[in-house]
Design a protein around this ligand. Sequence first.
Ligand code: GLY
Length: 570
Amino acid sequence: MKYTYLFSIALLLVSLNATDVSGQTYARNGLVASSSKIASEVGIDILKKGGNAIDASVATAFVLAVTHPSAGNIGGGGFLVFMDATGSATTIDFREKAPLKASPEMFLDKAGNLAKGLNHTGRETTINHIGAKSIGVPGTVAGLYLAHQKYGSLPWADLVQPAIEIAEDGFLLTWSLFERETNFEANSPIPFLKAYFRKDGGELTQFGELWKQPELANTLSEIRDHGKDGFYKGVVAKEIVKFMKENGGIISLKDLKRYTAVERKPLKGTYKDYDIYSMAPPSSGGVALIEMMNLMELADLDAIEFNSTAYVHLLAEVMRRAFADRAEHLGDADFNEDIPLDKLTSKAFAKMRFENIDMAKASVSDATKFGQLYDGSSTTHFSVADAYGNAVSLTYTLENSYGSGMGSDKLGFIFNNEMGDFNPVPGNTSTTGQIGTNPNLIQPEKRMLSSMTPTIVAKDGKPYLIIGSPGGRTIINTVFQTVLNVIDYDMQVDKAIEAMKIHHSWLPDSIMYERDLLSPDTRKALEAMNHKLIPVNRLGALMGIQIDVKNNIMIGASDSSSPDGAAIGY
Ligand code: GLY
């Protein structure tokens, strides 16, 4: 039925290049779905100039650093999954690294405790997320540069230039950015962040007024003119190190010079007739996603109604198991040779894990073993498809929304606080607290474990669904459910993104659910099965593209929870 529908859309597109229909965008030549309409438009411009999906991704990522500064960045890191027209897939890992001077106990006080303090938004937080020591060596510029060197086609300078122009000429401040500005004005203890959105003269930029970022434009110009070296060497690097010295940070010139992004084999799994390509460690996203897909393959979903009690219970039990394994085993594979990747992503392991799911009652997460309280929830994802048949799924982050909130007035960009993604207290694993397992303890030059799950689902060797989301640990689960919604519940990508999502992460032992989307009867039934329920407004902000190869249609969707986002096509 879905394909009949898509076929009628195909006929509609005979005379149209692209059309927007309430939340979806249909296109044939290229599509970019990102959390900033301006960034998506720039990506499309690059495609129209003959650039490929990598070119468009580089340009989109740099523009997001200007127009979506809560997570779009040059001061953070992330992952890119690329599938070319022949069906060959690869990934670029540009996750931040711990500085050379970092150590496993660096955030502990004399009594061995993880103290708390006020973060950049004025909220109480553990200190591994606060201040210049929380900044990991940024990876974004190196990652985009590596992706471009290996797979780009247009000149590098042409891809950085649009972001420079938008930073220099300014863009109209959106309502969501204005709200952030007033919030920082009232609550942030960090002068850089308080002044971040202000005009030259120091007064607040109002909603709808031009917001210019001349210092960021200068930094981006260095990157345009000198490539990766424009960030990791030269005047920008010197200023980063000066900033670190003045603010108690530990990143050195040596750290910046030694930083490299890495091309890695994607993690590959299968689900029914589909191939799943996602991110290997240091992300936990791909491992957990593939483990959960393998578990779901063992369930008879034809007999389980979407959004029913049985469905939510099954999802929660599957998530519980995958997140327990995540907590126990995962960290940067460059520092952990014994991560059992093949086992965790195997069908046999899934069978063993599936066997003890009781469909009548909730299991209990074992509080004496592993747990995890916190992961940053502000990240951003975009998906790109081009006319050549290439696809990119890219997620990158500053960790918390606006990262550490810190930055140099001369450079104009925000530094991450990604060191908070390491396990901060060795050996301390608790139901309410942290994970203290070895694989993700802090070590010099190690990459901290991530939950980012940029994913490409392929059918018959071609990209079929390009998907990802922000949301800390919830990312893995929102991507997981969106894939299920498309494949098993026959939803088009826009519906799949908007549909009800839940999140369970083993510990805390509870189900978060989108409050308006789960019926009171289902909630009651779940509670009777011993599930603890926690309502939240929304989970995820997914950006997706579905490709109907047969009818040559791309369908893009930007989650309605992303206020400035848009899927643009042509
Ligand atoms: N900082 C969020 C993540 O990498 O999962």
